[in-house]
Design a protein around this ligand. Structure first.
Ligand code: 5GP
Ligand code: MG
Length: 183
């Protein structure tokens, strides 16, 4: 973003389409997890909060009992370019040993964040560890990472809304939009 123009938001995926896709996605995960007495869902803060909250209510409809926890890792500075470094700033406090576990993030970009988080959680010996992202930008991948569940595959654009931010802004927007400084 340059400082001379107002950034513009161009709708990419609207609320109704997110809802429809989430219902399908949780249906598939619920089928795979059926019979489990508990599914531990771990969200990566902060971007996954809205996605995770909507998914949790859909799991309830499928009668899948959840334990919900959050991890925080950071790979981005204040801008839109990844630093290439990932560090954990908050670990989960829930035990996932022998638990059916689902790791959730907002967006899969270079893959470094999910690779780091998955590796970290695997060391805690869950009985199953599945990964789910709302958005996937495969063109941007730097490390080979494949998510088990993907909401939408999108082109290489910087997206905000529905939990995703730019400099801390726009997380509350109900739609996913492309942020651009083109007039
Ligand atoms: P990765 O480690 O895969 O490169 O990056 C994943 C993290 O980068 C995401 O959790 C998200 O915080 C951030 N990120 C990547 N692409 C975007 C984007 O298009 N918009 C926003 N708001 N964040 C992104
Ligand atoms: Mg993130």
């Amino acid at each position: 973003m340059n400082g001379h123009r107002q950034p513009t938001l161009m709708p990419l995926i609207v609320e109704r389409d997110i809802k429809t896709r989430l219902a399908q996605l949780v249906g598939e995960i619920a089928e795979e997890a059926s019979g489990q007495q508990l599914v531990v869902v771990i969200g990566l803060l902060k971007g996954s909060f809205m996605f995770l909250a909507d998914m949790a209510r859909l799991f309830y409809i499928h009668s899948i009992p959840l334990a919900i926890d959050f991890m925080m890792v950071s790979s981005y500075g204040a801008g839109t370019e990844s630093s290439g470094r990932v560090e954990m700033t908050r670990d989960i406090t829930t035990s996932i040993e022998n638990q059916w576990t689902l790791l959730v993030d907002d967006i899969l970009d270079t893959g470094r964040t999910m690779e780091f988080a998955e590796h970290h959680l695997r060391q805690k010996r869950p009985s199953k560890l599945k990964t789910c992202v709302l958005l996937d930008k495969p063109d941007r991948r730097v490390v080979p990472f494949h998510a088990d569940y993907v909401g939408f595959t999108i082109p290489d654009e910087f997206v905000v809304g529905y939990g995703l931010d730019h400099n801390g802004r726009y997380r509350e927007l109900p739609n996913l939009s492309v942020l651009s400084d083109k007039p």
